[in-house]
Design a protein around this ligand. Structure first.
Ligand code: MIG
Length: 770
C-alpha cells in the first residue's frame, strides 16, 4: 500500500498522521494552530484511524472493526504534549524497556528518565518509577490481540498506566522534539526493513499487530535489531568490582580452568585504571598487553569498564585531546566545558550527541582496545554524577554546539556512548564483531550494545524480579540482556548463587558480578557442592550453545526475543499471559526458576499442549498448573512436545575449534520448526550472507515421525560433519529411512532414546522412522 496521511490542528497543536505501512501509523504532534484541509479518516489495509478535530481525540480500529486504541484527549499544555488513552477491559501493558515490578505494567506509574538508581535509592524497589534505560514502548494485549505504541520522544516522559484512573493511560512528555536535528547516531539504523528508522523526533507510532511478534517486528524495524554478538559473548562471564591486580585476575583465570568451570570472559572493573583515568591501566596491572595475550591463550576474553567522565587533569592525554576536539558537554551558557564529580574526581563529559566527539572517542577507545581487549563495558552513562543536585548533568548543559539542552537529550546519552563504543571497537578490529555492554540506553540501544540491569542485590526478591525485568527488556527490542548473577549489592549465599546461576544459564547475557564490599561470589566461593551445581548449570549453557546461536540469529533477523514471556507464543491463554515467574527460551524450552530459599517444589503453569520434564522425561498435559518437585542440582525446566533442541559437546570456552558433531534432540508427540544458523561466530561476514542457514522441521504423525533439514544456504562452509539425532522418550527401536534409504539406528532402553547419526550435507536431508 502507498503511504497516506493528513495534517490537522487540534487544541494548540498541529497533528500530522501518516500511514507508514498498513499496520504502522505515525503521529507527529507539533506546536501551532495552522489550519489545513482536514480529512478526518485514514484507512489502510489493516485499519482505520479517525480523528475528532475538536478534542484531538482519535480512534484506531483494525480491519475487522475492533477498536484497538481510543485516545480521548490529545493536547499541548505549555508545550508539553499529553495523550490520554482508554484502557480497555482485560487489557494488559507490557514492554517499557527496563522497569522494576511486575511484567504487566497496568496499574503503575512509570517514568522515562535514565538514572543511576543506586545514586538515588538504596536499592531497586518494585515501585521505583525509572531505572537506567528508557524505552517508551508499550505492547498492549487484550483477548489475545496485540497492538503497540512507541512514543519516540527522548525527553522526560511520565506514563500513568491506569494508576490514577483505572481505565486511563495518560502519557506526558516534557516537550515536543520535532525540530531536533542533531541526532545523527540514531539514524544509522540496521533494522533493514521498509520503514524509515526512528530518530527520536517526537513521533508517536501505533502498531496494529495483531500478534506480539508482529508488533515487535515493526518496533524493531524502526529502532533496529541486535547485531550478532561474537560467539564467546554467549558464554559465561565472570566479573567483580574489582579484580584489582594482574595477579588476582590471573588467579581467577587459573581457577576456572583448574576447576573445569567453563568461562569465556573476565571483566575489569574500575580498579584497573590509573587513578580512574579512562583508557588507562594502573601500576597494579603491569604490562597489560602481555597479560591480555596470556589470558587469550587460556581462552579468556577481557572486557574493560569505560565510564564517560574524563579526569580534569591538564596533563592527561585523553583530556587534552578531547579539549582540542571541542568534544565535551558545555556548561549552561555554552561557553565553558561543564565539570562535575565522578570516580576520577573533577571530570568533563564527552558530548556523545556530537558526531565529531563520537569519532574522537572511538579513536581513543580503539587505541586502548588494541592492547588486546575484546569488549567494552559502558557504566555510569546515564550519565551519573556525584555532586549535582539531580545526580546527572544539569538540565541546561549544552550539547551539539548549542543545538540541545541536556534535559532534551538526557535519555539519549547512554545509547550515544554505546554507539561511539561500537564504532571504537570496529576501528580497532574492523572485521570482528564488537562486544559492548551498557547500563544506560534509549529505544534502539540494542543496535550498539547488550544491556545489563545495573545494581541489583543479592536477595531472593531481586532474583525473582530479574525475570519480568529481562522479559520486558526483551519485548522492547533488547534481546541481548541479563542481570548480575548472584546479585551485585549485599552478600550472596551458596543457595542463592546456585539458584541464580541455574536461572541465568537460560538468559541471553550470563555474567556473575558483585560489589566491592560484597563477599566473594565466584562459583567456588561457597564450597564444593555449590561449585558442582554452578558448574553443571554453566556446562549446560555451553551444551545448548547451538540452540542459543539459532535464537540470536532469529533475534537479529526478526527482532524476536531470545528470552520470551509465555504470552509470546500463547497470547490467547490468560494464565500464560499472567505468568511472570517463568519464561521461554525460544519456543520450546520452558524455564520455571526456583526463587525461594529452601524450596524443593513450585507451581508451574504449562501452556496448552504437551510438555516433557527436561530432566526426568515425564510427560505432562498443558493448560494447567502442576506442582514441579525439584532438587538442589537443577531447577524445573520443560520441553515442548515436538521440539528439536540442538546441543553440542561443551568446551571450557567458545573461541577456536568446535566439535564437528551436533546433537538434535527430538521430543515426540508434536511438531516444530527451527531455523538453524551457523556462522564463523566472530567476523561481520554474516552481514553479507556468510552464514549456513536451513530449516529444521519435525513432525510426529502418530505412527511415523519425520525430521527434515532443508537445503542449506552456502554462504559459510559449515563445521557440522555429523548430525546425531537423539529421539527422546522412545520405547523401542524403529525402522529408519534417511533420504529414502533404510538405515540402522540404536535404541538405548535405559535412557529411553532412539539414536542415529547422519553425515551432513548441504542438500536437504529427510529422516523418517516408524
Ligand atoms: O558507582 O564500577 O553498576 O556494575 O561495579 C558504582 C563500579 C559504579 C556501578 C555499576 C557496577 C560497577 C560499579 N559501578
Amino acid at each position: 500500500m502507498q503511504a497516506g496521511g493528513f495534517s490537522i490542528s487540534v487544541p494548540k497543536a498541529n497533528l500530522e498522521i501518516t500511514a507508514l505501512a498498513p499496520d504502522v501509523l505515525r503521529l507527529r504532534i507539533e506546536v501551532g494552530t495552522q489550519r489545513t484541509a482536514a480529512r478526518l479518516k485514514l484507512s489502510t489495509a489493516a485499519g482505520v484511524f479517525s480523528l475528532n478535530r475538536r478534542t484531538g481525540g482519535w480512534t484506531l480500529h483494525d480491519a475487522g472493526g475492533l477498536e484497538v486504541f481510543r485516545c480521548t484527549a490529545l493536547s499541548l499544555d505549555k508545550g508539553r504534549p499529553q495523550i490520554t488513552l482508554q484502557l480497555m477491559e482485560g487489557e494488559s501493558i507490557f514492554g517499557l524497556g527496563e522497569s522494576a515490578g511486575p511484567l504487566n505494567k497496568r496499574g503503575l506509574i512509570r517514568e522515562f528518565w535514565n538514572a543511576d538508581v543506586l545514586g538515588q535509592a538504596s536499592c531497586v524497589h518494585p515501585n521505583l518509577r525509572n531505572l537506567y534505560v528508557s524505552i517508551p514502548f508499550a505492547l498492549s494485549l487484550r483477548d489475545g490481540r496485540a497492538a503497540g505504541l512507541f512514543w519516540d520522544n527522548p525527553t522526560r516522559q511520565i506514563w500513568d498506566i491506569g494508576c490514577t484512573e483505572p481505565d486511563e493511560f495518560r502519557l506526558r512528555a516534557a516537550t515536543c522534539v520535532s525540530d531536533l536535528q542533531l541526532l545523527s547516531f540514531v539514524s544509522d539504523n540496521t533494522g533493514g526493513g521498509a520503514l524509515k528508522p526512528a530518530c527520536a523526533d517526537g513521533s508517536l507510532y501505533l502498531f496494529l499487530g495483531p500478534t506480539p511478534a508482529a508488533v515487535v517486528a515493526r518496533f524493531t524495524e524502526l529502532t533496529g535489531r541486535i547485531p550478532l554478538p561474537p560467539r564467546w559473548a554467549l558464554g559465561y562471564h565472570q566479573s567483580r568490582y574489582s579484580y584489582a591486580s594482574r595477579a588476582e585476575l590471573e588467579r581467577i583465570a587459573r581457577e576456572f580452568r583448574r576447576r573445569k568451570i567453563p568461562c569465556d570472559a573476565l571483566h575489569l572493573d574500575i580498579h584497573h585504571m590509573d587513578g580512574h583515568r579512562v583508557f588507562t591501566f594502573g601500576t597494579s596491572f603491569p604490562r597489560p598487553r602481555e597479560m591480555l595475550a596470556k589470558l587469550a591463550k587460556q581462552g579468556f576474553k577481557a572486557v574493560a569498564i569505560v565510564d564517560p567522565g574524563v579526569k580534569d587533569d591538564p596533563k592527561f592525554g585523553v583530556l587534552k585531546r578531547g579539549t582540542a576536539h571541542r568534544a565535551f558537554v558545555k556548561a549552561p551558557g555554552g561557553r565553558r566545558d561543564f565539570t562535575g564529580k565522578v570516580w576520577p574526581g573533577k571530570s568533563r563529559f564527552p558530548d556523545f550527541l556530537n558526531p565529531r566527539a563520537q569519532r574522537w572517542w572511538a579513536e581513543e577507545q580503539a587505541a586502548f582496545q588494541r592492547l588486546g581487549l575484546a569488549g567494552i563495558w559502558n557504566d555510569m552513562n546515564e550519565p551519573a554524577l556525584f555532586d549535582t543536585p539531580n545526580k546527572t548533568l544539569p538540565d541546561d548543559c549544552v550539547h551539539g554546539r548549542g543545538a540541545a539542552a541536556h534535559s532534551t537529550v538526557h535519555n539519549l546519552y547512554g545509547s550515544a556512548m554505546a554507539a561511539a563504543s561500537r564504532q571504537g571497537a570496529l576501528l580497532a578490529a574492523p572485521d570482528t564483531r564488537p562486544f559492548v555492554l551498557t547500563r544506560a540506553g534509549y529505544a534502539g540501544v540494542q543496535r550498539h550494545a547488550a544491556v545489563w540491569t545495573g545494581d541489583n542485590s543479592s536477595s531472593w526478591e531481586h532474583l525473582a524480579e530479574s525475570i519480568p525485568m529481562l522479559l520486558n527488556l526483551s519485548l522492547s527490542g533488547v534481546a541481548f540482556c541479563g542481570a548480575d548473577v548472584g546479585g551485585f549489592l549485599d552478600h550472596c549465599t551458596g543457595e542463592l548463587l546456585t539458584r541464580w546461576t541455574q536461572l541465568a544459564a537460560f538468559t541471553p547475557f550470563f555474567r556473575n558480578h558483585a560489589n566491592v564490599d560484597s563477599r566473594r561470589q565466584e562459583p567456588w566461593s561457597f564450597g564444593p557442592r555449590v561449585e558442582a551445581r554452578c558448574r553443571d548449570a554453566i556446562t549446560l549453557r555451553y551444551q545448548m550453545l547451538p540452540y542459543l546461536e539459532c535464537l540470536f540469529a532469529e533475534a537479529h533477523r526478526t527482532g524476536t526475543p531470545v528470552m520470551r514471556p509465555l504470552l509470546w507464543h500463547h497470547p490467547n491463554d490468560p494464565a500464560a499471559v499472567a505468568c511472570d515467574d517463568q519464561f521461554l527460551l525460544g519456543e520450546s524450552l520452558l524455564v520455571a526458576p526456583i526463587v525461594r530459599p529452601g524450596a524443593t517444589a513450585r507451581s508451574v503453569y504449562l501452556p496448552h499442549g504437551l510438555w516433557f520434564d527436561f530432566w526426568s522425561g515425564g510427560l505432562f498435559e498443558g493448560g494447567q498448573h502442576i506442582v514441579a518437585e525439584t532438587v538442589a542440582e537443577h531447577i524445573p525446566v520443560f520441553m515442548r512436545a515436538g521440539a528439536v533442541f540442538p546441543t553440542t559437546a561443551p568446551g571450557q570456552f567458545l573461541t577456536g575449534k568446535r566439535d564437528a558433531t551436533v546433537n538434535l534432540h527430538v521430543w515426540p508427540h508434536g511438531r516444530s520448526e527451527l531455523t538453524w544458523q551457523e556462522d564463523d561466530g566472530e567476523s561481520l561476514g554474516y552481514e553479507s550472507g556468510a552464514v549456513c542457514a536451513r530449516s529444521i522441521e519435525f513432525a510426529d504423525r502418530g505412527t511415523i515421525q519425520e525430521l527434515t533439514l532443508g537445503a542449506a544456504s552456502r554462504g559459510f562452509v559449515n563445521r557440522v560433519k555429523t548430525w546425531r539425532i537423539v529421539v527422546r522418550s522412545a520405547s523401542r527401536n524403529c525402522r529408519l529411512w534417511v533420504n529414502g534409504k533404510r538405515t540402522r539406528a540404536n535404541f538405548d532402553p535405559k535412557l529411553g532414546v532412539f539414536m542415529f547419526e547422519v553425515p551432513n550435507s548441504l542438500a536437504p536431508i529427510t529422516m523418517r522412522w516408524q
